[in-house]
Structures are given as C-alpha cells and as structure tokens.
Design a binder for this molecule. Structure first.
Ligand SMILES: O=c1ccn([C@@H]2O[C@H](COP(=O)(O)O)[C@@H](O)[C@H]2O)c(=O)[nH]1
Length: 233
C-alpha cells in the first residue's frame, strides 16, 4: 500500500456541498470518513456520491446500543456497502457479536471496527469522570481483546496504544488511529496524539487525519506534507 493510501480524511462538515468541495480539493485522497456531523445532516445520499467517485468509505457512526438494536442498525448499514463501520466496544460482547452476525448474514463486505477509548479522553478523565479503575492503555487493550473475541475485524485506538494492540491482537486485526497530529498542527480536543510517522511505525494500518488537513489554509499542501513524512517510514 502506498503511504498516502493509509490516510483517511474525515468529512466533518454539515452539508453535501461542503463535503463535495473538500473531495474536489483533495482529488488524490482515496479514503474518506463520513461521521456523525455529515451523516446526521445529509443522510446516506453522501455515501453514493463518494462511491460514484470510486472512493473508499469509513462510516464512523460509533453505534452503541443493546444487541437487537445494534444488529438492526448493522443490517441497514450493510446495504450501503461501505468499507468500515464503527461500533463501541463498551456496548458489550453480545452487542458486538450481534453486530458481526448481522453484517455476515447480509453478505456484506463491511468491516467492523470497535472503538476502544476515544482519543479525546485522557487518563485522568478515564479514572475520575468515567470511574474506570484500569490504567488507560490496559483498558484500551481489554476493549480490543473483547472486540477480537467477539469476531470484530479491528479497533480504533490512539497511536499511544497501537503498538501493544498490534502485538497482542496480531497482524490480521485492523488498527485505525485518529489522534494523529504532525508536529506543525494543533492538538485541539485530541488528548492522546502522536505524529503520522510515529503512528505508522507503531503499527497502525490507517490514520484518520482531519483538521490538520481540512482546516489548513491549503489542504492539498498539508496533505502532501503528511504524505512526504509517511514516505520516510
Ligand atoms: O477515538 C476517536 C474516534 C473517532 N475520531 C474521529 O476522527 C476524526 C479526527 O479528526 P481530527 O480533526 O483529526 O481531530 C474525527 O472525525 C473524530 O470524530 C476521533 O477523533 N477519535
């Protein structure tokens, strides 16, 4: 895989027009993420638009509900034929298994990724606000193991945890990292960040990089700069 194919760019905008404008500004980007903002604004029509342009799609809906509801949502998403779909590992083993079964029964090639710990959460928040008694890296690992045992294809984690998850979950387990920031970019609300090069070296299959590219004065230049960095890995 070429280094640039490892970059997934989120379309964190609230209209089809704004999404298309970004796609047109970055013609070399082959993998786009549709998340909650865009999907709740314009619905599934954006997926067909991206598919018609031959783009790969990461549908980041972060589903989190009881098993029956998760299975129903996964059956609906199966018809969109997206490449990746997120669900929360904390929905629990039965919900993860029901989601996988729904995708498999629908003969869909969509791969499921489990969110381990959001990259906007730090150790302090995990312990004091969310009352999780494990250290953050251990908790992220346990969520990934639960996902793997439940038949899920991979996990979303921060670059901080990716090397341990790769080691324990193996090479076939997809690891996708948001929380990626080149040295020249602001972290914003991301708390557990590393550079693109560090994240790939640590074992990520894909990087989700948004604002450093999409909020840059020149998004194409920012994307190219990140590709140059990845070419040195
Ligand atoms: O733990 C997670 C899971 C998903 N995301 C999503 O990734 C992008 C990151 O965008 P940036 O602009 O690079 O911060 C965004 O769409 C999130 O919804 C995440 O950041 N962390």
């Amino acid at each position: 895989m070429n280094p640039e194919e490892r970059i997934i760019v989120p379309l964190d905008v609230n209209s089809t027009e704004a999404a298309i404008a970004l796609v047109e500004q970055l013609p070399q980007v082959s993998f786009w993420k549709v998340g909650l903002e865009l999907f709740t604004s314009v619905g599934p029509s954006i997926l067909q638009i991206l598919k018609d342009q031959g783009k790969q799609i990461f549908l980041d809906l972060k589903l989190h509900d009881i098993p029956n509801t998760m299975a129903g949502a996964c059956r609906s998403v199966a018809s969109y034929q997206v490449d990746l779909l997120t669900i929360h590992a904390t929905a629990g083993r039965h919900a993860l298994q029901a989601s996988k079964e729904a995708i498999t029964t629908a003969n869909s090639s969509t791969k499921l990724l489990a969110i381990t710990v959001l990259t906007s959460i730090n150790s302090r928040e995990l312990a004091f606000d969310l009352k999780i008694p494990l250290e953050l890296p251990e908790y992220a690992l346990q969520m990934a193991i639960l996902a793997k045992e439940s038949g899920i294809d991979g996990a979303v984690c921060s670059p901080h945890e990716v090397s341990q998850l790769r080691q324990i979950c193996g090479d076939d387990f997809l690891l996708v990292c948001p929380g990626v920031r080149p040295t020249w970019a602001e972290s914003g609300d991301q708390k557990r960040v590393m550079t693109p090069k560090q994240a790939i070296q640590a074992g990520a299959n894909y990087l989700v990089i948004g604002r450093p590219i999409t909020a840059a004065e020149n998004p194409l230049q920012a994307w190219s700069k990140i590709c140059d960095e990845l070419a040195t890995v």
